[in-house]
Design a protein around this ligand. Structure first.
Ligand code: SF4
Length: 760
């Protein structure tokens, strides 16, 4: 659809720049909070202020006056919005009518203001007071014949104190059913990294960016999903540091970026070229690419070049010979075919890697959301081990986390597979018998709902039913529950796809103040690089009837646990008491927690691999072999394309701020299919044509989405892309990473259905 089309026109400007500035101003005006929002933004990510409620990218050691990005501003504007979802709103809308509304429309209605209970008679939500709401929850939970029939979901927005208490309440209740949002994204990091390095977290800090000699950005759309990292990439480029961007989609910000705070660039419409090497990899071709790079290193080592860190390998690793044998056995033609990258480019990138004495490898969902995502993350470690790129300045593995406190939640006990050591400590500190059987992650929670085993779902934040795979089946399962509870700031799909009984509980937002009988309370947040910082809101809560997450958890616990001796009431008033217990349960990790949080700069949690200490079974870093060159099962259908579900630039997880995606040239449409021109013409499709997609997954269930507009996009051949969560109906619950069970949402096997019923 060449030329000027209102909805689809290529975005030629660099990412960031005036586009970002305009979008920031626009969203503040759209939500009628230009003054209030601008004032709050001056406190966001600042010492003594509040942590951005959006992604988990860390604050730089040296902060700028404006320490936020366009997407952080959107998250704040939608929290601070003047719009309110009142009892009058619910009186005017049946839930059935709300169900037909788009995610964006629901989001745009504004902040929830009071607790609401679903009334099946009128098919509407009606006001309920907090006491009755907790009584209803308590009745349902105490009425279950097994605690394992309840699912307790945690969104990555949940701060440490609430997450810790949630983990204690649920275990005192008797289960480890902790589906959480990281199950959908970085669980392969949390489950894949420990066997390799001994911890499920990244090994770098922000100051590593200042001394690194090469940066790899793999399967991550930095300009949209962690925009402040663009500052580090721009600074690196200005230092002449090579950046290798590896992605099936040439995302705008990985190519050109204008720093909105760079007055000269803004005044001159200048920009910085970001990727010094863009690797247009085949979707799922990362394993073959990693092995290609390692093969070059082994060849050059065999030729006598000093390209491997043999001291590091000998001192700190196991499994080197097995990796060498596996990689050397790979054939170059196969590597090129499976990676979709030419041997010359692989050798060129390997040279970039060899010239660097300290390399950081940053990655996102493009590595994790595959059937062998956890093992693929381990292959990234293999590559880093070969040159000793862990445990030295400027080097390491850098999972770029999605949600602001998703790492903190896991650190504070949100884990369906808790260690016996943690359970022992919880028992010692709280005096109740902790459940020892592993619980449910997100996939298992949905499966339990589908099987009718689960009866109650409580979501501490988030939009679970919209985020999980197999939408139609998951919706039906959620509707079959006895009770669903959504604890949120704004209206979302979870509230309109609900159980027989349902509650909506409005929560105080991250940017708002929490004042109890003990005065103003601070929260703590852990970022992607294991830094824990205090967060204090600056705005008045949206409604006097919104309650803090901590209070909601405490009152729910008192309703569900009639014989509890845990000091829930005291915790709700004084968050220092919660942190005292966090220190008691995690004496090493959270030693002197309250004291440390008084430092507005926060503190880093210990990450032993930074000291080249490896809490693995071998007490070493482990090279781990993943045989072959593919991270997904083969599919014998020559019409098959691999679908990657992606986020637009105006979206954060399932939160849709607008139907635009300017960097990809889409305005006002979320039902689009990005396809390579070669694959489009090969199927006789026209740009602008409406098509359907059907999943190829031999479980006898038809999964199909229609009404997608075909758009040419330079995505790597053999792959197509479309928006999450609209395309989640195509993602089978069991199409997942083998180890972490994370949905393999970046490689769904599909075929295009052009004219209704006729696959192309
Ligand atoms: S980079 Fe992430 S944490 Fe930082 S302001 Fe933007 S959205 Fe918020």
């Amino acid at each position: 659809m060449k030329g000027k089309h209102p909805k689809y026109r290529p975005y030629k400007q660099p990412a960031g720049g005036w586009g970002a500035a305009a979008a920031t101003a626009k969203v503040l005006m759209q939500q009628s909070v230009l003054t209030k929002g601008s004032r709050a933004l001056l406190s966001m990510n600042q010492p003594g202020g509040f942590k951005c409620p959006s992604c988990a990218f860390p604050d730089p050691d040296k902060r700028q006056t404006l320490e936020f990005c366009e997407n952080g501003a959107k998250a704040l504007a939608f929290e601070a919005t003047k719009r309110r979802v009142t009892r009058e709103f619910f009186q005017a809308h049946t839930v059935s009518a709300l169900r037909d509304k788009s995610d964006h429309w629901l989001e745009m209605q504004g902040r929830l203001t009071e607790p609401m209970r679903y009334d099946p008679g009128s098919d509407k939500y009606v006001p309920v007071n907090w006491d009755d709401a907790f009584a209803l929850i308590g009745r349902h939970l105490r009425g279950l014949d097994s605690p394992h029939r309840a699912e307790f979901y945690t969104s990555g927005r949940t701060p440490n104190e609430a997450a810790f208490l949630w983990s204690v309440m649920v275990r005192e209740f008797g289960t480890n059913n902790f589906p959480d949002c990281s199950n959908m994204c970085h669980e392969p990091t949390s489950r894949g990294l420990p066997p390799a390095i001994g911890i499920g977290k990244g090994t770098c800090r922000m100051d590593d960016f200042d001394v690194t000699e090469a940066l790899f950005v793999i399967g991550q759309n930095t300009g949209t999903n962690s925009p402040r990292m663009m500052t580090n990439l721009v600074e690196a480029r200005k230092r002449g540091i090579p950046i290798v961007a590896i992605n099936p989609m040439p995302e705008r910000a990985l190519i050109e970026f204008t720093s909105p705070q760079d007055v000269v660039q803004m005044a001159t419409f200048g920009h910085t070229d970001i990727a010094s090497e863009f690797v247009h990899i085949r979707l799922g071709g990362d394993l073959a690419f990693f092995k290609g790079m390692m093969k070059v290193l082994f060849e050059r080592d065999a030729a006598g070049e000093q390209v491997l860190d043999h001291d590091f390998i000998a001192t700190h690793t196991t499994g080197f010979d097995a990796i060498r044998a596996d990689v050397e056995a790979q054939d170059w033609d196969e590597i090129v075919a499976h990676s979709g990258v030419g041997e010359d480019q692989i050798r060129r990138v390997a040279e970039v890697y060899v010239r660097s004495k300290a390399t950081m490898l940053c990655y996102g969902m493009g590595l994790t959301q595959h059937q062998r995502g956890s093992q693929l993350v381990q292959q990234a470690c293999n590559l880093l081990f070969l040159r000793g790129n862990i445990g030295k300045p400027g080097a390491g593995i850098v999972p770029i986390r999605g949600h602001s406190n998703v790492q903190g939640d896991r650190t504070c006990g949100i884990d369906d597979q808790p260690s016996q050591q943690l359970l022992d400590s919880v028992e010692k500190v709280f005096g109740f018998a902790a459940p020892r059987q592993p619980g449910h992650n997100a996939r298992r929670a949905v499966a339990a709902m589908m099987a009718g085993e689960a009866r109650v779902f409580i979501g501490l934040g988030g939009n679970f039913v919209r985020a999980v795979p197999d939408t139609e089946r998951s919706y039906a399962a959620m509707r079959g529950l006895d009770l669903t509870v959504g604890i949120n700031t704004k209206l979302n799909r979870q509230h309109v796809v609900h159980g027989r009984e349902a509650l909506i509980l409005p929560v105080i937002a991250r940017s708002e103040t929490i004042v109890t009988s003990k005065g103003e309370q601070a929260l703590s947040i852990e970022d992607s690089m294991s830094k824990v910082t205090a967060s204090r809101g600056v705005l008045e809560p949206a409604s006097p009837d919104c309650r803090p997450e901590v209070e909601i958890v405490c009152r729910m616990a008192m309703a569900a646990l009639p014989r509890t001796t845990t000091g829930w009431a005291a915790f709700a008033e004084d968050y220092d008491l919660i942190r005292d217990k966090m220190e008691a349960v995690y004496p090493e990790m959270f030693a002197r927690l309250n004291e440390k949080l008084k430092n507005p700069e926060g503190f880093h949690l210990d990450v032993p691999p930074r000291r080249r200490e490896w809490p693995t079974p071998t007490a070493k870093a482990n090279f781990l072999v993943l045989p072959g060159l593919e991270v997904n099962d083969g599919v014998s259908d020559d019409r098959m394309l691999r679908l990657a579900t992606i986020r637009s630039h105006d979206q954060f997880n399932t939160t849709v701020y607008s139907n635009n995606d300017r960097y990809r040239g889409v305005w006002g449409d979320r039902m689009v299919l990005f396809i390579n021109e070669i694959d489009r013409t090969a199927r006789g499709l026209r740009v602008g044509q409406k098509v359907g997609l059907e999943t190829i997954f031999g479980d006898g269930i038809t999964r199909r989405v229609d009404g997608l507009t075909v758009l040419d996009y330079p995505i790597s051949p053999g792959a197509v892309a479309g928006y999450y969560p609209e395309l989640n109906p195509l993602l089978p619950l069991d199409y997942r990473d083998a180890i972490s069970e994370t949905p393999a949402a970046k490689s769904i096997p599909v075929r295009v259905i052009s004219d209704v019923g006729a696959p192309d």
